[in-house]
Design a protein around this ligand. Sequence first.
Ligand code: C5P
Length: 327
Amino acid sequence: MTTVTVRVPAKINLQLAVGPLRPDGYHDLVTVFHAISLFDEVAVSPAEADSVAVSGEGAAQVPADADNLALRAVAALRAVTGQRDTGDAAVAVTISKRIPVAAGLAGGSADAAAALVACNELWRTGLSQQELCEVAATVGSDVAFAVLGGTAVGRGRGERLTPALVPAAQYHWVLALADGSLSTPEVYGTLDRMRALLAPGGRPPGDPPHGGPARPPIPPAPELSTGVMTALRAGDPERLGQSLSNDLQAPAIAMFPALRKTLAAGREFGALGALVSGSGPTCFFLARGASHATDLAVSLSGAGVCRSVARATGPAAGATVIGSLAS
Ligand code: C5P
């Protein structure tokens, strides 16, 4: 029996610009994904029937049935490659988590990406990275990026990726992991409501002025940040720190007010930039270098503004096979 093990990174969003709600319940967005050195490990081996076992950070919150994103990814790959859910096409998936759950770091998407890469190896399906990304996009908006890794611009739901052609540079990040979680759909919903209330006239959609037709305000189409891209091209952490932006930050803070204090503390301790990651509640901070990251991590821990602190560097490689053991 062969066991294939894959290492997969968490992501942060250096920019997350969110457009209007689409009829399919998603939002068009422009984002700059950045993979960081905080990894889950996912192992797959042939089994009688599909199963998943989860251990480590936040394991109790991860569904261990067919709702698990990694198992959904296995089923999606099986459907594409024509394998059946019988005999040696079924797999036992073992997930060792270090990426916190529902934290804005795409931990569930990472596990799904890892399962795809692992099964592609185990079944010798031979799909290219591009083909795996296409399957990944059907599983979740962030899954394709976890296959790709590095730094990439995401469009559409986030699944249409273009690798950022930027010179090799290493950035030093400090993460403030929160005592709690946020639901991604709820944070998007809060953003929609905040935008409706902030619109001229302050009327929510569906509340027509003077009995006229409802005209929900439409935010401008999201655009790629020239500040972030110029900073990445120059390998300039100072400028990158100043350019970080996330449209989901305001709704995440509205739902989790303690984040305001966390972000302020990081800035006070000299972070070049401070931002909520994705839909939160993790906050990340850009340090000047390795020793500044250590100082920043120690100061943030001491300030008691989060559950725990982690250090990471980026960019990190996407889902990668790190072992294939026959027993
Ligand atoms: O694609 P994924 O399952 O990760 O998305 C989770 C939820 O986040 C979606 O159901 C949707 O409510 C929200 N979302 C969105 N627009 C995106 C990505 C996610 O509204 N581009």
